[in-house]
Design a binder for this molecule. Structure first.
Ligand code: HEM
Length: 209
């Protein structure tokens, strides 16, 4: 936005840090990097945590300083996402420093999902648009409506619920539960693959061509 120096810096920082977080996060979850390169995991983890927290603070500054598209409910959804990132980052670090890696792993995975909320939002929105053959449940001009209110929270709360169910079934020894969870994860992965395809075609590719 011309003339809004502080806001423009916040947007620039936010986009750069979002790029870093996209690279560092998945590397943390690969078991081989932890077992064969713990020092890398430690430093990459520190970069990821710092980046996630700074990005969230920059996001909150952007939200309160210059506002965002959508209505108040969506803004609350975005703000809560940022607050959860900061809390989960603190918990993941706390348990890593206490060398309680079982609990650290759980908080780190929760953190990864809330940081990825903005990604799930885009993928979910594109799936919804394709499934409904266009905008449905919201006004595309004002970018407001019940579906957008819903997805502003669902983009990180639904993945968190799925993760908690995953933890729960993993702790149980019932084979049936493991199979049902694996099937549910497969379905979610396929849905995400379709969402990525649609997002690439409708949002990102169309801007390049
Ligand atoms: C987004 C994901 C993750 C982040 C951001 C993260 C972050 C960190 C950080 C910052 C440290 C170093 C703490 C310090 O000493 O300063 C650490 C250590 C560690 N983390 Fe993670 N972590 C993640 C995922 C995981 C997962 C999934 C596991 C699986 C068990 C794990 C296991 C460990 C272990 C074993 C260490 C100790 C490494 C060592 O110092 O020998 N982390 N993590």
């Amino acid at each position: 936005m011309a003339g809004d120096v502080a806001g423009n810096i916040a947007v620039g920082v936010h986009l750069f840090l979002a790029f870093v977080v996209t690279i560092c996060g998945p590397l943390q979850l690969i078991p081989q990097t932890r077992t064969h390169a713990p020092v890398f995991h430690r430093w990459n983890g520190r970069i990821y945590l710092t980046t996630a927290v700074v990005t969230s603070i920059a996001g909150l500054v952007m939200l309160f300083h210059r506002g965002s598209v959508g209505g108040a409910v969506q803004h609350v959804g975005i703000a809560l996402n940022a607050v959860l990132v900061i809390i989960f980052a603190a918990m993941a670090l706390r348990y890593a420093l206490a060398r309680d890696f079982v609990t650290h792993r759980r908080w780190a995975m929760r953190l990864f999902l809330v940081v990825s909320g903005v990604w799930f939002y885009r993928v979910g929105l594109m799936l919804w648009l394709v499934a409904n053959n266009g905008p449905s449940g919201f006004d595309p001009v004002t970018f407001q409506g019940p579906f957008l209110n819903f997805i502003s929270f669902a983009n990180y709360l639904l993945p968190l619920v799925a993760l908690e169910i995953y933890f729960y079934t993993k702790d149980k020894t019932l084979a049936r539960g493991h199979i049902a969870m694996a099937a549910a994860l497969l379905m979610l992965t396929l849905a995400m693959a379709a969402g990525i395809l649609f997002a690439t075609r409708l949002m990102w590719f169309s801007r390049l061509l």
